[in-house]
Design a binder for this molecule. Structure first.
Ligand code: SIN
Length: 283
């Protein structure tokens, strides 16, 4: 019987840990759940190797953390479990998640976390990378921290997805519908994590369109600088998947990217996201 004593093996000094002796097919005792939650807050992305679980069991695990988020406007849903999204790539070059991003920051309240379960993998490649936005914030100079303190930025669905949707039949209509559902939102550039109270850098290349209070040129230049800064290898961990691996990340303090290097092979993941709260900045 697993879930006896969880072993937490950090993968880098900054981000990522493997959790062993956990069987997510079994109901989790409160003490075991508390250890998992503590590992998530400490390491920001946690990996559970070889989990033989159904989509329903993935949802049950997610529900220990909170309510399941609304369906994604672009990803397809699992045919039997509509709250599970399919992230699937088969025989098409280029994917939509191969740019650094924090999930769904075009929502007023982006998810607190996401849980990804590997179903079908290419023979090689298709790794995922995560980066710690605490580390990105900590590494800024004091002058830059002071400059960014209290600033806000606009996050926008179409900024990232318009190209993808416009390539599809009826794409323009669908893009308008989604933009009506998710108008551009404003978030702090420096965010305070609601649980750890640590500060982190909260802009990403996929959805952050504009920093408020600056000219267009200044905003473009500063966003480029900040996104380049966030994507440094020193803030990252990389996971090479095996079928059955499950990863959970704290979406409030990380970014991630799926490497698009496996064309024409097939890769399929099940993703569940957990509702979050409105990002805030505490001075
Ligand atoms: C995602 O972008 O949420 C999924 C990452 C992946 O497919 O590895």
């Amino acid at each position: 019987m697993r879930n006896a004593k969880i072993e937490v093996e950090p993968l880098t000094p900054t981000i990522g840990a493997i959790l062993r002796n956990v069987d997510l097919a079994q109901p989790l005792e409160d003490a075991t759940f508390a250890e998992i939650k503590a590992a998530l807050l400490a390491h920001h992305v946690i990996f559970f190797p070889d989990q033989r679980i159904t989509p329903k069991q993935q949802l049950s695990f997610a529900e220990r953390f909170g309510e399941i988020d609304e369906p994604h406007p672009v990803f397809e849903a699992h045919p039997q479990e509509p709250r599970v999204m399919l992230i699937e790539q088969k025989g098409r070059q280029g994917v939509y998640n191969d740019m650094w991003h924090t999930d769904v920051t075009y929502q007023q309240a982006p998810p607190m976390g996401s849980i990804l379960h590997a179903q079908i993998l290419p023979p090689q490649g298709g790794d995922t990378l995560w980066a710690s936005m605490y580390a990105a914030y900590d590494a800024l100079s004091d002058r830059m921290k002071t400059f960014l303190d209290g600033m806000t930025a606009l996050h926008d669905f179409g900024y990232s997805y318009s190209g993808y949707l416009l390539d599809k039949p009826e794409g323009r209509k669908r893009l308008r519908e989604i933009e009506d559902q998710y108008p551009t939102v404003e978030h702090p550039v420096i965010r305070t994590h609601p649980e750890t109270k640590r500060k982190l850098l909260f802009v990403n290349r996929s959805f952050t369109m504009r920093i408020n209070g600056l000219s267009q040129g200044e905003s473009d230049g500063l966003l480029r600088l900040l996104c380049d800064h966030c994507e440094q290898p020193a803030f990252q961990v990389r996971h090479q998947w095996r079928v059955g691996d499950l990863a959970m990340w704290d979406n409030r303090c990380t970014q991630h990217l799926a490497v698009s290097d496996y064309y024409p092979h097939h890769r399929k993941m099940h993703r569940v996201t957990i509702r979050g709260e409105r990002p805030f900045h505490a001075a």
